[in-house]
Design a protein around this ligand. Structure first.
Ligand code: ADP
Length: 275
């Protein structure tokens, strides 16, 4: 009987570190998330937590692949893979046949156009601006003293349209403060923020050419109001998964499995030719 192969994918993002352990490249056996990203203790915390959930040690992991903004800093990694490649692979695993992936993380928005068979055809990314990203929502949630995980629920209580017209995070923050000073309610202001973010995201996604099936990944995919408004703007239904934020780490763990298998094949070839 063949022994199971365990691989690890670590996605070190700008605001969170995600870790996945997979068995034989096709089953998730452990996952962890530390809410701090690159340049912090986040990756170490995420690795320690995923290993404790796995109930084993690093020596049982055949190959580790790092991705994300902070991928170059992970000393445990056997290989680094670009975010785009990992997101494409992760999305095809979570949503087989997907053609458009909209990934919204803490610092960037990516729209990927895929061929339905897991290959990346084209992509578009936002510029350095935080508008339309998780960072924008993080700043607003602080101003509104509402937890990031409660934004969608609160925004859904809105009964009146409040417009956030500026796309700049700094100016939008002032706009939010002045709406609150004018006695607009928190749900109405949150709703305005969600619509503003969704319109930026949809604008970017349209540039890549949106083709169904469409999915949303990254931490912001947990915000069902943002998903709803992007879906309305694109006139397309959008699927999400409870594992959306782990998408890049899942892709990295699959890459790790493939890289390990290649290495085994190369080793077998070398042994074969040296005989
Ligand atoms: P990165 O890879 O850049 O660190 P992630 O894909 O991990 O980004 O997403 C992080 C963002 O997701 C945060 O900036 C935050 O805005 C958003 N987020 C995280 N958790 C939640 C949640 N429970 N509900 C809504 N949004 C969330």
């Amino acid at each position: 009987m063949q022994q199971d192969i365990f691989t690890m994918g670590v996605d070190i993002g700008s605001s969170a570190s995600k870790c996945i352990i997979m068995k034989n490249g096709d089953a998730i056996v452990a996952k962890s998330l530390a809410s701090v990203g690159a340049g912090t203790s986040g990756p170490e915390k995420a690795i320690a937590e995923v290993l404790s959930q796995f109930g084993g040690s690093l020596s049982q992991i055949s190959w580790i692949c790092a991705t994300g903004y902070g991928r170059n800093s992970l000393k445990e990694a056997n290989k680094e893979v670009s975010e785009l490649s990992c997101h494409a692979k992760g999305a095809h695993f979570l949503f087989p046949g997907v053609k458009t992936v909209i990934d919204i993380g803490g610092q960037d928005v990516k729209a990927l156009h895929m061929d339905g068979a897991g290959r990346l055809l084209n992509f578009v990314m936002n510029d350095k601006c935080a508008a339309g990203t998780g960072r924008f929502l993080d700043v607003m949630s602080r101003v509104l003293e509402t937890k990031i995980s409660d934004l969608a629920q609160e925004g859904a209580k809105s009964t009146k349209k409040v417009t956030i017209s500026s796309t700049c995070t700094v100016f939008s923050e002032s706009e939010v403060i002045s709406h609150l000073a004018n006695n607009e309610t928190i749900p109405d202001v949150i709703n305005g923020i969600h619509r503003s973010v969704a319109s930026r995201i949809a604008g970017l996604a349209k540039r890549v050419g949106v083709e169904a099936p469409v999915v949303m990944t990254g931490g912001v995919a947990s915000n069902f109001e943002v998903v709803r408004y992007v879906s309305e703007e694109l006139n397309a239904s959008i699927a999400t998964s409870p594992l959306s934020q782990y998408n890049g780490a899942i892709g990295a763990a699959i890459y790790a499995f493939e890289a390990y298998r290649h290495q085994l094949e190369d080793d077998a070839l070398t042994i074969g030719t040296s005989k």
